[in-house]
Design a protein around this ligand. Sequence first.
Ligand SMILES: NC(=O)CC[C@H](N)C(=O)O
Length: 364
Amino acid sequence: MDKQKATLLLEDGTVFYGTLIGKHGTNGGEICFNTGMTGYQEIYTDPSYTGQIVVTTTSHIGNYGVIDSEAESDGPTIASIVVNSFSEIYSRLDATQSLQEFLESNGITGIADVDTRKLVRHIRSKGAMNAIISSEFDNLEDLQKELDKVPDMAGLELSSKVCTKEPYYVGDENSTIKVACVDYGIKRNILRNLAARGVYCKVFPAKTAVADMEAWQPNAYFLSNGPGDPAVMDYAVETVKEILALNKPVFGICLGHQLLAEAVGIKTYKMHHGHRGINHPIKNLNTGKSEITSQNHGFNIVREDSENHPDIEITHVHLNDNTVAGIKLKDRPAFSVQYHPESAPGPHDSRYLFDDFISLINNN
Ligand SMILES: NC(=O)CC[C@H](N)C(=O)O
């Protein structure tokens, strides 16, 4: 059978032609690329990618299928995917589904047989932009009409749409360490890392009042990763301010880091094309050691604001572009990083941050 055609149209008018993967249809979003050589399932199910079209630079995608136990959330909320060579055939003993079945059952229209190296170089030089992928329309005018409906990522609040609707628990209920995890789009491996260190986690919806979380008497708070633009999340910034006033230990990852920054008056901004991959070099300024990290973000915190803040210490920097990658509050037991120490997929260099959080709780 002939493969069905699909078209990718970028906001700046660039067009790529390829073949349909997943469900016949049309999907739009902000296009971004991840340079990791493995971990497509974890990327596609990471809620931080909500509304985005993910381009992977690995040339083969799909060849190890999909395994339920490796999903980072209940299901993918990405807009779409772009790949070079797509494989419907998969080889992995425990695989439960092919990637084609996974995409189709989740209503995702993607495109394969695209020169992803060319596309990535394009995004890298022109910056983040919206795009549309369709197997329904190939006429540029129709595609443009669909593209016009796609909202800008800057100014978008998405956490309340992807977070849990009801609180739930992870870990050992008899543990002495109770951590309230504010879910802005949390990845499961973060909870696994906390539970593995003896933490009993209660995960709360993004818009839970601090009084309701305090009623559970947590020893500490965790601020999760998540999608969207931190600059428009006033409700979350208010929550973080109230949490900080409690003087309990706080740890934030990625969006959680950006919200901690906003809560102390450090602004965030949209980056040119973001950091997404599993080999991003970070320097820990306290130990002088470098770590190779997993990253996925399109926004960042303003360096100048961080440097000029009397109560902030910059603890980590990104070695590629000198952006701020970690901060700590001098007057409170709170710290956060822009990258992913739970790193699924990715290197385990930064797992010590979870241990630091436990020490902070034990010594508080
Ligand atoms: N992984 C995340 O938490 C992403 C944070 C935020 N949405 C960004 O893109 O910068």
